[in-house]
Structures are given as C-alpha cells and as structure tokens.
Design a protein around this ligand. Structure first.
Ligand code: GDP
Length: 444
C-alpha cells in the first residue's frame, strides 16, 4: 500500500531531491560489512542469516535520496531493523499488584546479579518513588549477604537482615512477615548463582519462586557471555517464568550482539542494562544505543545523520524561501508538509483537531497515517493545475470528478480541503515557515 503512496509523493519530492534505488549489486559490499560487524559483535550465525535476509527484503528496490550513497542508505535500513528487532513491548517493570511488588533476581555467579539488585533498588526508589526493601537469599557465596548489606547502606535503601542464614526459603518467609504493615511497595530478592546452570540451583530457585510468587523475575546476563546467553535463558526458563533480562557490563569491550541474539532466539524482553560498576550505572534498555554499538559504525552513522539533517534543512529552507517570498501556499506544498508531519507521526494529531473526521476514526494510528496520506495524495494528483493553485474553485461538480478520478469520496475531499485551509491559515501566521514550529502550532 505504501509503495503507491511513495510513488505519488516522490513525483513531488523529486523536485527538491533526486532519488535512486537500492539494488542487489549496490548493497553487496556494505551488506558484507554488516555481516562482519554482526559476527564481530558476537551475534549468533543463525540470527545473522535471518537478519540479513530481512534487511535484503526491505532494502532491495527501496528509493533513497542521492545525497546518500547506497551503502549509507543500507546502513540506515540495518540500524532501523536492529532497533525493531530489539524493541520491547513490555520493557517496563510490572508493579500492578497489591503491594509489595516482588522482584526476584536470578542468574549465574559473576554476572552482576547482586550489584544489579542494589542498582535496581536505588533506581526504583529514586525514579519510581517507591519504598524498596532488599533481601539476600544467597547463603552459598561467602559474604554475598554482607555485599548486599554494604551496597544498601551506600544507596540508602532498606536491607532485611536475616535472622538465620541456613535456609533461603526461611529467609524469604521471614522477610515477607517482616514487611507486613510496613508500607514497602517493592521487595527485591537476590538469589545464589552457580558457575554453571545446575540441578541444585534450579531446584532451590524453583522453591523460592513458588514460595514468594514474584511479579517480575529478572535474569542477569553478562554482555561478554556471547552466544551462550540464549542457552542459559532457555535453561532458566524451563524452571521459572523469566519476565525480563538485564544485560550487564555493557560498558566493557563486548559489542553487545548478545542483545540481538537474546531477543531473536528467546523473545524475552531486555529491560535494563548495566553500564558500569557504580550503583548509578543502570539504564532502561535502549535499543538505539545498542544498535549503534552492535554495528560499531559510529562514524558512518553520524555522517548519515548529518546528511539527513542537511536534506531536511534544505527542504525546510525551500519552503521557508517560498513563504517569505510571499508566494501562495499551494496544495503541492500542502502535500510536502503533511509528508513531513507524517514522519513525526503527526497526521493523526492534525486530523484529530479538525471536524468531520469520523471517516478516519477507529483505525490504527499507522494505518490511519498511511490511509490519509494515500487518500490526500491521490486526491491532489487528480486535480488539474488550476484547481491545485486555487482550490476555492473546487465546488460540487469538480469534487465529484476528483473523487471518481482518485477513487475516494466527496467527503474525503472535503476533509482534505478543510485541513489544507487550516494549514494555509497557520502558514500565514508562522512567519518562519519552519516545519517544526508549524507542527508545534498544530499541536497547541
Ligand atoms: P553476581 O555473582 O552475579 O552477584 O555478581 P556481582 O554483582 O558480585 O558482580 C560481579 C562483578 O561484576 C563485580 O566486580 C561487579 O562490580 C561487576 N559488575 C556488575 N555489573 C557491572 C556492570 O554493569 N559493568 C561493569 N563494568 N561491571 C559490573
């Protein structure tokens, strides 16, 4: 559906920028570089193969602005696809339960589980403004309980001092009794890891899991672990319901390809990333940051972004020149505008502010954006030059003709014309002709 739309729009956009197309040949070299980058980032072979196929499918035949090379355009597609693959729909911690919300931290030894427990405690108390209690159930690693106690003092989050240190299930029950009537909103339980996944650890975790019924069970994975990550996740998942992953040590040398492999092979949402040894070094998972890191093409990406900024600036500048020169804002300009606004998801905003939009209600924002653009562009293409220059002359019989020619309804033409007049009006008010300030005007 979008292809037809793109063709229409490109006829107009070609006036301000030349375009080319990506072909199997002109992306070959860059595709090879991408494959190498993914391999170096330690993404698993299977994931790389599927990923490259997806990118090829999306890029071959794609039109692009000739101010970019085909390789640069391909990197744009690759980066976006990496982001899409790693994006979560449920990246936030789930607190929707009668308090306290119980978070269980699990993982192998040395992955950063205890450190992450403290980091998360501080993050939730500070950013989510919730009263947090930290509890260590790690009776196996010498000094693990003391480690969490020291960290909790450092971050000023309450710590539960166990009465006995022989049985993790007992500590968990004691902690749950302790919090009664104490208004804690979140309890984070740290657990014992082992060097490898083993039966004893899983049995113990399983018992703890069943006894405290956590709403979130987060598995910590060291970014440097590489391709073993999905095996570990799958093994834990066989025993307990892992609700999210925390990737630690993103600040190290690893290029974090593990994030892509995890999402593709396990489907588990990555919720946080550890970015250093300090207690504040934790961030919500950021797919864009990780995509840049996986590609390891920081310079290329900043060049592409710089060129894109220039292209947008050039398009805005052309429009600005036109407005400042006092020339009339025509329907062709309108189409360029709504295309710009659509890039920032704004058409829905625009349409919602106007009357007579019932036709477009009950559609998803994406399909609504695409449908509106498609309709508007078809309508404008079906007008003759005089109509485009002076839409005032478009009365009933012309509307019927245009509707027939564009495969739309007279009602659609009315909506389009209303919005055109609305924008034309705003254009008169906004002296700068800057797309962004126009958009702000529409939103406010
Ligand atoms: P656990 O055995 O899984 O509980 O691991 P720890 O929390 O004791 O962490 C093991 C080591 O990893 C410690 O030296 C931590 O300081 C370090 N560590 C944990 N998270 C990070 C991180 O995000 N970045 C870096 N550089 N080091 C980390």
């Amino acid at each position: 559906m979008f292809n037809t739309l793109t063709e229409h729009l490109n006829k107009i956009l070609n006036k301000i920028s030349n375009t080319g197309r990506l072909t199997e040949q002109n992306i070959q070299n860059t595709l090879r570089e991408v494959r190498t980058a993914l391999l170096e980032a330690d993404v698993s072979l299977e994931v790389i193969k599927n990923f490259i196929e997806k990118v090829k499918l999306q890029s071959i035949g794609k039109k692009f602005n000739k101010e970019l090379t085909p390789g640069q355009e391909l990197i744009k597609v690759v980066k976006q696809e990496l982001i899409n693959c790693m994006k979560n729909t449920n990246e936030h911690l789930n607190f929707s339960t009668i308090p306290p919300a119980i978070i269980l931290m699990v993982g192998l030894q040395g992955m950063g589980k205890t450190t992450t427990t403290a980091k998360l405690g501080k993050y939730i108390q500070k950013n989510k403004k919730k009263k947090v209690l930290l509890v260590s159930l790690d009776i196996h690693r010498p000094a693990a309980i003391e480690q969490l106690k020291v960290l909790s003092e450092q971050i000023q989050v309450d710590f539960f001092s166990p009465l006995t240190i022989h049985n993790p299930l007992q500590i968990a029950q004691d902690a749950l009794s302790y919090v009664k009537n104490k208004m804690y909103e979140v309890i984070i339980f740290d657990t014992a890891g082992r060097l490898h996944v083993n039966e004893n650890m899983m049995k113990e975790l399983n018992q703890i899991y069943n006894s405290i019924s956590p709403i979130e069970t987060l598995l910590t994975i060291d970014a440097m672990i590489g391709q073993d990550a999905h095996n570990i996740i799958n093994q834990f998942s066989k025993n307990i319901n892992i609700t999210g992953i925390v990737i630690t040590k993103i600040d190290g040398n690893a290029r974090a390809g593990v994030a892509l492999s995890i999402k593709e092979m396990t489907g588990k949402p990555i919720k946080f990333m550890g970015i250093g040894e300090k207690v504040d070094d934790i961030e919500a998972f950021n797919p864009e940051k990780i995509a840049n890191r996986i590609l390891g093409m920081g310079d290329t990406i900043s060049i592409i972004e710089e060129i894109e900024r220039k292209i947008t600036k050039k398009q805005s500048h052309n429009l600005k020149k036109k407005i400042n020169s006092g020339k009339k804002f025509t329907l062709n300009d309108f189409l360029i505008h709504i295309t710009e606004i659509n890039k920032s998801g704004g058409i829905v905003n625009l349409i919602n502010r106007l009357p007579q939009n019932d036709v477009l209600k009950n559609q998803s924002p994406n399909s609504m954006n695409n449908n509106i653009l498609k309709k508007f562009s078809a309508i404008i293409q079906s007008m003759n030059h005089t109509e485009k220059m002076d839409p005032d002359i478009i009365k009933s019989s012309r509307k019927k003709r245009i509707a027939l020619g564009s495969g739309t309804k007279v009602q659609d033409i009315n909506i389009m014309l209303k919005q055109f007049l609305y924008l034309q009006n705003i254009m008169k008010k906004v002296k700068t002709g800057n797309i962004k300030s126009i958009f702000e005007n529409i939103k406010n």
